[in-house]
Design a binder for this molecule. Structure first.
Ligand code: GFB
Length: 318
C-alpha cells in the first residue's frame, strides 16, 4: 500500500479500529480517513454511499460493528443481527461501487459451530449449529464474509475477511453488562480489591476456554495482510489468533495476580459458559509469516495500567 493511499478505518473509535489507526500511523500512512458516528451512521445506506462516493477511499478496513460480550450478545439479539447486517451490506456494496482497491472485513471466531473440532480451522465454517448465546451476531459476521466473497466472485473485487479470536486491549469496554470477559474481570477484581471484599465473583463454571489476542497484534496482522496479500491468496477467510487458549478459571487467577487481590475466587453458576471452547487453528497465518507477539501476562498488565490511569477520563469523553 502506498503510504499516501486514502485508507478508511470504519469504526476507528472501537477497540480494534483505534489499534488499527495506531498501527497505520506508526507504519507511516499519512492519509487516514475516519468519521465520527454522529457524522456518519453506517447503518444508513444513503449516507454510507454518499460518503464513499465523495471520499473515494483506496482501502477500507471494516472494523465498525455493534459488539459486546456474552450478556450483550444474548440480550440485544435483534440489534446485534440487524445493525451489523446493515453496516456490512452498506459498506461492502458502497466500497464496490466506489471502486475501492482492497477491503479487509473483520469477522469473529464465533462464526464457527459450537461443536467444531478444536483447534478450529477455516474449513469448519457452516458445518454445524452455532453457539446459541451469539448466534445472531455470528450470522451477521458470516453474512459479512459471504458478502466479501460473493462480490469477489461476481465482480472481481479484492475484499478479504479475517476471523479473529477474542480481542482485548487499550481502550476496551469495561461496562460490566456489555463488556467481554477480560475487561469485566479486570474491573470486578480491581473494585473487589478497592472495597476490601473477601470474594471476587466470576460468571459460569470457569471451565469454558477462550483465546485472547491483544488488539495491537490484531491490527498488525491486518496491516500485514493488506500490505502483502490479496483476497485470492487467503481463500474466503483466514483465522487470526495466538494459537493458545486457557480456561476462564486460569484467566481469573492470572487477573487476581496482576491486580493484587487477596480474597477468594467464587463462581456464579447461574450464568452461562457460552461456547465450551473457541480455539483457533492459526497455521495459515503462521505459514504466511505472521504470529502474535504480546503474551497474555504482558497484555493484561498493560490493559490494567491503562484502566487505572486512563479509563476514568476515557469514560467522560464517551
Ligand atoms: O468475552 P465473553 O463475554 O464472550 O466471555 P464469548 C464469556 C465467557 O466468560 C463465558 C465467562 O464463559 C462467561 O461465563 N465470564 C465470567 C464472563 N465472568 C464474566 C463476566 O463478568 N463478563 C463476561 N462477559 N463474561 C463473545 C460473543 O463470546 O465473544 C461475541 O458473544 C464475540 O459474539 C466475542 O464473538 C469475541 O467469548 O462467550
Amino acid at each position: 500500500m502506498d503510504k499516501n493511499a486514502r485508507i478508511y478505518v470504519a469504526g476507528h473509535r472501537g477497540l480494534v479500529g483505534s489499534a488499527l489507526v495506531r498501527r497505520l500511523e506508526s507504519g507511516g500512512y499519512v492519509n487516514l480517513l475516519t468519521r465520527e458516528h454522529a457524522d456518519l451512521d453506517l447503518t444508513q445506506q444513503v449516507a454510507a454511499e454518499a460518503f464513499f462516493a465523495q471520499e473515494k477511499p483506496d482501502y477500507v478496513v471494516l472494523a465498525a460493528a455493534r459488539v459486546g460480550g456474552i450478556y450483550a450478545n444474548n440480550t440485544y439479539r435483534a440489534e446485534f443481527l440487524y445493525q451489523n447486517l446493515m453496516i456490512y451490506s452498506n459498506v461492502v456494496c458502497a466500497a464496490w461501487k466506489a471502486g475501492v482497491k482492497k477491503l479487509l472485513f473483520l469477522g469473529s471466531s464465533c462464526v464457527y459451530p459450537t461443536r467444531a473440532a478444536q483447534p478450529m480451522s477455516e474449513e469448519c465454517l457452516l458445518t454445524g449449529p452455532l453457539e446459541p448465546t451469539n448466534e445472531p451476531y455470528a450470522v451477521a459476521k458470516i453474512a459479512g464474509l459471504k458478502l466479501c466473497d460473493s462480490f469477489n466472485q461476481q465482480y472481481g473485487t479484492n475484499f478479504m475477511s479475517v476471523m479473529p479470536t477474542n480481542i482485548y486491549g487499550i481502550g476496551d469496554n469495561f461496562d460490566l453488562k456489555s463488556s467481554h470477559v477480560l475487561p469485566a474481570l479486570l474491573r470486578k477484581c480491581h473494585e473487589a480489591k478497592e472495597r476490601g471484599d473477601a470474594t471476587f465473583n466470576v460468571w459460569g463454571s470457569g471451565e469454558a476456554r477462550r483465546e485472547f489476542l491483544y488488539a495491537d497484534d490484531l491490527a498488525d496482522a491486518c496491516i500485514f495482510l493488506l500490505e502483502r496479500y490479496n483476497a485470492c491468496d487467503l481463500g474466503t477467510h483466514i483465522n487470526i489468533g495466538t494459537g493458545e487458549d486457557l480456561p476462564i478459571r486460569q484467566l481469573a487467577e492470572e487477573i487476581i495476580d496482576v491486580v493484587g487481590f487477596s480474597g477468594e475466587l467464587t463462581w456464579d453458576h447461574s450464568k452461562s459458559d457460552g461456547m465450551p471452547r473457541k480455539w483457533l487453528n492459526v497455521s495459515r497465518m503462521q505459514d504466511l509469516g505472521w504470529s502474535a507477539k504480546t503474551d497474555l501476562r504482558t497484555g493484561l498488565e498493560q490493559v490494567y495500567a491503562w484502566y487505572q490511569s486512563e479509563y476514568p477520563s476515557a469514560l467522560k469523553t464517551q
